[in-house]
Design a protein around this ligand. Structure first.
Ligand SMILES: C[S@@+](CC[C@H](N)C(=O)[O-])C[C@H]1O[C@@H](n2cnc3c(N)ncnc32)[C@H](O)[C@@H]1O
Ligand SMILES: Nc1nc2[nH]cc(C(=O)O)c2c(=O)[nH]1
Ligand code: SF4
Ligand SMILES: [Mg+2]
Length: 209
């Protein structure tokens, strides 16, 4: 990446765009709702079970003008889900300000590992043990989506739930490769601890992106 482009990416005027697609939000509170997804490259959190490892290396994804991303996104939906990679690797201020100026709803999928930037109508926080969320993001999260891979993840989920605001909706979502083992454990856990809800990656059952 040349210096001039690097500078624009640093300012959030350009972002490494991996893919964008119109689909149905598969997870969490808005599951079942049509939305346009914008997947931004770059993540160094390093979840070993990450289902989009191709997103990690930002250099593999073309720096794209935020204006272009917005002009395209608005053609498809009034709800834009920004995901990645870890979108908070980058400054989300310009992208979200421009989306809001077009009257669009801005949703983010984030681990919260980096400074919260941007104007968001909905924040889905999915904390990771390897790189914990910043203290600031817990107060802002609308939903907490904890991925369950093994038994210790229930402990971690409770630890993280103790940090979010009181209105935050709490979800346990099975790690995809472990779903056969952990789904019964999650079902049992939610019945015993009904402040939690189950979230499934329903798009994977529907065979849609
Ligand atoms: C690919 S991540 C991108 C956004 C951000 N980096 C994050 O982790 O929140 C999108 C969502 O998918 C979840 N996820 C990733 N891999 C998964 C897997 N193998 N099984 C279940 N959920 C997964 C993440 O926890 C997150 O909630
Ligand atoms: N349909 C669909 N719903 C999703 N919800 C969160 C996703 C993500 O990868 O961030 C995702 C995704 O990749 N596809
Ligand atoms: S933080 Fe998100 S994108 Fe990054 S490795 Fe973990 S699940 Fe994948
Ligand atoms: Mg996904």
């Amino acid at each position: 990446m040349n210096l001039e482009i690097q500078e624009l990416v640093n300012k959030g005027e350009m972002l490494p765009l991996m893919e964008e697609f119109y689909t149905i939000q598969g997870e969490g509170y808005f599951k079942g709702t049509a939305a346009y997804f914008v997947r931004i490259g770059g993540c160094d959190v390093g979840c070993h079970w990450c289902d989009v490892k191709e997103s990690w290396n930002a250099n593999l994804h073309p720096p794209t003008e935020t204006d272009k991303i917005v002009a395209n996104a608005k053609k498809y939906s009034d709800t834009i889900v920004v995901t990645g990679g870890e979108p908070l690797t980058w400054d989300m201020t310009l992208l979200t300000t421009k989306l809001k100026a077009e009257g669009l709803q801005t949703h983010i999928e984030t681990s919260g590992a980096y400074k919260l930037t941007g104007v968001w109508d909905w924040i889905c926080l999915s904390p990771k043990k390897m790189k914990l969320p910043t203290e600031e993001v817990y107060a802002e999260a609308d939903e907490l989506k904890m991925i369950i891979y093994n038994k210790d993840d229930f402990r971690f989920a409770e630890e993280q739930a103790a940090k979010v605001n009181k209105d935050c909706i709490l979800y346990l979502q099975p790690e995809w490769s472990k779903r056969d083992k952990v789904v019964p454990e999650i079902v049992d856990y939610v019945m015993k601890n009904p402040k939690w809800k189950v979230s499934l990656q329903t798009h994977k059952y529907l065979n849609i992106p």
